[in-house]
Structures are given as structure tokens and as C-alpha cells.
Design a binder for this molecule. Sequence first.
Ligand code: FES
Ligand SMILES: [Fe+2]
Length: 404
Amino acid sequence: MDTPQVDNRTLSKPFATGTGYGRKPSSYDTDLIETGPGTPMGEVFRRYWQPVALSREVRENPIPVNVMGEDLVVFRDKQGRPGLLHSRCCHRGTTLYYGRVEDQGIRCCYHGWLFDVEGRCLDMPCEKDNGASIRKNVRQPWYEVRELYGLIFAYMGPPEKRPELPRWSNLEDIKEGERLLTVGPVFASGADQTVSCIDCNWLQHWENTLDPFHVQVLHATFSSVQFVEEFGIMPTVEWKSDNLGVHYIAHRDLDDGRHVERVCCVWFPNTRSIPSVELKPGPGHNVSWVVPQDDQTCRSFGVFKVPEEFKMEGSELIPGKKWSEMTEEEHRRYPGDYEAQSGQGKITLHSEEHLAGSDGAIRLIRRGLRDQIKRVKNSYDPAGVSFNSDDALIKVFSGNYFSD
Ligand code: FES
Ligand SMILES: [Fe+2]
């Protein structure tokens, strides 16, 4: 079992005086951070299905979405088929955000070109014979989408490498009196559902998931108990890599004599399952995805298995107030996940970090992500993608497991 230890390799840099004067320019790790088209991490992300919208919100009006630096519109044609197209019309470039959804697709407002959900042009009303002879020469850039768990997932990678859309074991087993609740885009904890765009790079939000020690400080002892008092006990932690991702097991001996193992899992490149923050016993009932909008913002989509009668109301971060109701002074005095992560800046500066013993999982995550970059560069498939529907079930083992 690992306990936090000072890592002498990173903490013993010999600063002569320690003042800020004369430091080298700071920087971030571009390979890990950037997910735009053609970037190393962008190529990894584009080998997985990514959620881009909630199914229930995609109706007649096109919704603008930014995914990994690409400006897109998601819509549902009047036959009920979802579509995801580049927003910039391939004729002369106005946005399809102002388009009109019809039976067969979306019609651009400027000169009326009509595109179906796979980007085929079906009508050019300003051209001879409605463009019958030239329509086949254009295609609005599009991506394949599928609906699952109340989300619209998109595959934005090379078509010949498209994997099966995976299923998650804890979301498949719905018993009588239970249902799936799909939320997003929304901040995972602390902030309530008023935060739809997370104001920082995807990685600093995602890797927070595997930081068990901030739970003891930020969420339990720094200013207030934001979840449960038991988190105030400093855990001993083990962390492990497996073929698909990384997980930690945080051990706590509780005052009532019980022992709890809190298991939290992430899967490459951006998925996670967080056990109940109320320390409810048993397996974790959620899966969520941290999807980059661009390099400086991201969105989180989540699916929760909940009792039929459950209502999502947003928790109070301080007595009587949800996150969005707090004053600036209260945000300063009672910081939570949002403040800590956005406080790292839009993109945290890796050159200025000093990873310590308690950051073991952060090291494993970053190493694992770099491995995925290498795999894709060397023409291998990244971890966890499956081309066989029988294998495309990911076992979720997060949870709070108690023993006497
Ligand atoms: S710009 Fe879209 S039809 Fe002309
Ligand atoms: Fe947190």
C-alpha cells in the first residue's frame, strides 16, 4: 500500500534563492493537452465515441456544439434521425446554426442548400434543376452518431477505424424501481447545474477524478464539510494501472470501527466512474465523460442509475446555498472543485508543477495517455476500443466497499 511520500526527484530542484526573478518561461505539455484535429491527443480522442449532446435536447432547432476544436451543429431531422455536421456551410460558409430543420435534413439559411444527416446535398434551389448535376460534387463534413443512455455519441475519427460503441456494466443492469438519469453538460461536483462549460482544459478536470487526497483537504477540512465528515480522515491509498485505465483504492478506518475502501476508476482517454460522494455503500452508479470543447474549456456528460422517484436538485455547497447562489466572498472562503480547478488557469502549467508522493495516480494517468499517443502513432489501436460487440462491455468496479 502506498502512502504519500516526498518525491525527492521532483522536490529537490536547487533554486538558489527561490525568488520569482529570472525563471524560464512556463509551459504546458502540448501532447497531453491539445485535442484539435491532427494533434497527437486529438488523434487518440478521435478513436473513441464521444458524447456531444443529450438526446432529449436535440429536437428541431440545430444546437451549436464545439467538440475538440471543431465547430459543429447537432440536430434531429423531422424523421427523428440525429445528425452532426460541421457548422460552416460548404457553399459559402455561413453557419448552419441559422439553418432550418426539415424532413430530410437541415437547410442553410443563405442560399437554401439542403443537407441530410450524412452531409449529402439534396437540394440547391438557386441552381438549374436544383443542382441535380452538381450536388454529388459536394458533401457537408459530417460525423456518425449513435444514441445510448440518453446521450448522442459521435465518432469523429478515421471511418475505417470506427470501434463498437461500448456499453458500461453498471448502466446495463437496471432493476425494477430504477432508471437512468442523463445529465450534461454540467460540472461534476461542487458547482450545480448552472455550469455547463468548465472553464479549464479537459485534463485538469479529468485527472482531478484520481486525486484522492484533495478530497481530505478541499472537500472536508480546508473550509467546510462539502460531502461527508468521514472524508476528513486522511486515507492511505493504492493506485493501479490496468489495460484500460487507472484506479485508486482509498482506505479509511472509520471512528465506528468499520473500514471503507473507496474505489474510483478512470478509463482512457476521458471516462470515469466516481463512487457516491455521500459514501453510500456499494458499487458506483455512474459513468461520465469529460469532453474537450477546445483546449481551454470542456464539458462533462454523465449517466446515473437512480431510484425511479429521484429528482436532481443540486446539492448545497454551504448551508442554505447552492454553488451558483454563493457570493464571491463565499467562493473565496469555501472553495470547491470548480474554484480549485479553474484556479489552475485555463491550462495548467506543467513546467511549474512539483508532483509529490500523493500524485501517484496523476503520474500513471499521464503515462497511460502518452502510451495511447504512441500506440496510435504506431498504427495500433488505443486501449479499450473494440471491434466486436461481444467485447464492447466495460466492467465498472468503482464503489464504496465497507468491512468490519
Ligand atoms: S452559404 Fe449555405 S447555401 Fe450558401
Ligand atoms: Fe473533488
